[in-house]
Write a protein that binds this ligand. Structure first.
Ligand code: UDP
Length: 479
């Protein structure tokens, strides 16, 4: 057929936020599209491209049509230090956030120039680039949004905005119910970010994000239907948004480097009994005080359980804050391993010796541990992590909470979680008993479900196919 897209290779632009927790899944998604025959161009800055160049070069050698298109990050124009082009490298993020978000806005013109030059068939851009919807519309190009989180959290955020259930509550620690959701979910004001309580510049950015989402073509989600069916349906039918679940992307599209495969922690794990080790990692940001780190160290030691603890801090006094008390490392030798660099998390979670995961409930960590069938101890800190904790502990019932109550984006004076509570919850999950066994058995069930979704006819495979078909039928972009 003349003019048909059948014989034509569709071209997708991916434009991820420059932060590990968004880049990792967005690039995995980009690779997923390229493995289904798309030409894929990932727009990012030189330092961020370098983090993934090994993986993308490997894909190219296999014959996939995937490449980076580099743009400069306007660090200096936005008042950021030179070389600062990734949110995960920023200490005390909320202080620096206005400058970082200003830099993101300054990318509009270079991005528009690229769109005009390449005229891709569609764009997948991070939520933090709300202006992409309008820029893409100028050329008739559909814009899809990637939030970096799951359906449950998107539904919780909508309930907070729509019903403002915390509006009339004075106490920070009184629980309130989130109206309109499939389950009875409660939060406290202390678990909400300031932008949800007082007007702020960041709050205005989130309003722009919400508004652009409403006008965009739809949403791509790193999740699968069977994980949160009530919330996928709520998002589509009650909130009326178009969305495709195409995860867990870590399972389908792994980019494991030789360095990760050779990491010493893996042979250390080989020497441990099945399900005996607790893996402790709080993502790429982890804003802990020295006092809180001491409590974690003492709690892990007192628990008597084997553990791997990723203790990689950044910013002022990072080295000092992460210094352990005298004699600690000798006392835990053989039983506990501290990793001070980037840990091969997906490989660790998949190792048979790992029987639990103490996590900050970042969405990628949540999905990776769901795919690995590992039960969790939840310790949320900021962003939508308190939402994800509720999904894990109350809806999926594959985790127990450490009891963190305060939203905490910067290293500051928040309530400390005490060593006794840490010891107790670690023993509750790792030493076992009936409750721990139930958590583990449900975690294993989710893993089994996750393993089927990319088979032909599986839910994520089918949703991706449906999206591809829809994009084929969409009219070509125009100049
Ligand atoms: N990660 C890793 N090694 C580390 C720390 C983090 O591989 O030492 C990866 C982790 O597997 C996940 C991502 O970094 O894919 C962190 O994303 P998440 O959404 O869990 O948390 P964030 O860093 O955004 O707070």
């Amino acid at each position: 057929m003349v003019g048909s897209k059948e014989a034509y290779q569709l071209h997708a632009f991916f434009f991820p936020l420059m932060a590990h927790g968004h880049l990792i899944p967005a690039i995995a998604m980009a690779r997923l599209f390229s493995s289904r025959g798309f030409k894929v161009t990932i727009i990012t800055t030189p330092l961020n491209a370098r983090l993934f160049s090994h993986t993308i070069d490997g894909d190219k050698q296999l014959g996939l049509d995937i490449s980076f298109q580099l743009i400069q990050f306007p660090s200096e124009e936005a008042g950021l230090p030179q070389g600062c082009e990734n949110a995960s490298s920023i200490h005390n993020f909320s202080d620096v956030a206005p400058k970082f978000f200003k830099a993101l806005d300054l990318l509009q013109q270079p991005f528009e120039n690229l769109l005009q030059e390449h005229l891709p068939d569609f764009v997948v851009a991070d939520m933090f680039f709300p202006w992409v919807t309008d820029v893409a519309a100028k050329f008739g190009i559909p814009r899809l949004i990637f939030h970096g989180t799951g359906f449950f959290s998107l539904c919780v955020s909508d309930s907070l905005i729509r019903y403002n259930p915390h509006g009339n509550i004075k106490s920070e620690t009184e629980r309130f119910v989130l109206p309109g959701l499939p389950d009875q979910i409660e939060l406290m004001r202390s678990q909400l970010p300031d932008l949800q309580k007082i007007p702020s510049e960041l709050g205005k950015l989130f309003e722009r994000v919400g508004e652009s989402e409403g006008r965009s073509y739809g949403v791509l989600v790193n999740s699968f239907y069977e994980l949160e069916p009530g919330y996928v349906d709520h998002y589509r039918k009650i909130m009326g948004r178009k969305a495709w679940h195409i995860g867990p992307v870590s399972l389908r599209n792994r980019d494991i480097t030789d360095k990760e495969q050779r990491h010493g922690c893996l042979s250390w794990l080989d020497s441990k009994k099945p399900n005996s080790v607790l893996y402790v990692c709080f993502g790429s940001m982890a804003p802990f005080t020295a006092q809180q780190l001491l409590e974690i160290a003492m709690g892990l030691e007192a628990s008597g359980q084997p553990f791997i603890w990723v203790l990689r801090l950044k910013g002022e006094e990072a080295e000092q804050r992460s210094r352990m008390p005298d004699g600690f490392e000798e006392r835990i030798e053989g039983r506990g391993l501290i990793i001070r660099d980037w840990a091969p998390q997906v490989l660790i979670l998949d190792h048979p010796a790992v029987g639990g995961f103490m996590t900050h409930c970042g969405w990628n960590s949540t999905m990776e541990s769901v795919s690995a069938g590992v039960a969790k101890i939840t310790w949320p800190m900021f962003a939508e992590q308190f939402h994800n904790e509720k999904l894990v502990t109350q809806v999926l019932k594959v985790g127990v909470s450490v009891g963190a109550q305060d939203y905490q984006e910067v290293v500051g004076e928040k309530r400390v979680v005490k060593r006794e509570d840490i010891k107790k919850v670690v023993q509750q999950l790792m030493v076992g008993g009936e409750e721990a066994e139930q958590l583990r058995s449900r975690a294993r069930e989710l893993k089994e479900m996750a393993r089927t979704v990319f088979e032909e006819g599986g839910s994520s495979y089918a949703d991706l196919t449906a999206l591809i078909e829809e994009m084929r039928l969409h009219p070509r972009p125009r100049v």
